[in-house]
Design a protein around this ligand. Structure first.
Ligand SMILES: [Zn+2]
Length: 131
């Protein structure tokens, strides 16, 4: 490979890396806005429960708490989806212990978890061996 080919190749690699970094940053921004929304909804549900408790009728908060909880679960699912998109952009997978590992890793270098099959484990989806 000529010197100029090498320069061209590393420029293309740098551009690809910059594009990936940009995409990851965008996804992280989306994650943090959803996490803020989760916190806001937790506060609303908590406030509704407290108000109802003060009024001596916890049942009065049930509808608000249920509605906020449903939105929180949907947002948390969305966060998981965005996180797994980041992992696949970085060509990594997530161990149930929280470590980020190369996509091809068979074992976790931190906890020793053994990966079976191709799908990466997501937090909250068990992530355990089927055995
Ligand atoms: Zn692990």
């Amino acid at each position: 490979m000529s010197f100029f080919d090498k320069v061209k190749q590393s420029a293309a690699e740098a551009a690809r890396l910059a594009q990936m970094t940009l995409e990851v940053t965008k996804l992280q921004t989306q994650i943090s806005s959803r996490e803020k929304e989760v916190e806001r909804k937790q506060l609303l549900a908590g406030q509704a429960a407290l108000d109802a408790y003060k009024a001596g009728d916890l049942k009065a908060a049930e509808r608000v708490v249920a509605a906020q909880s449903a939105s929180i679960l949907a947002l948390q699912k969305e966060v998981q989806r965005l996180q797994s998109r980041i992992l696949s952009l970085k060509n990594e997978k997530l161990c149930p212990c929280g470590s980020h590992l190369p996509q091809h890793a068979l074992f976790c270098s931190r906890c020793g978890h053994k990966f079976t099959g191709g799908a990466s484990a997501l937090p909250g989806e068990g992530g355990r061996d089927p055995l």
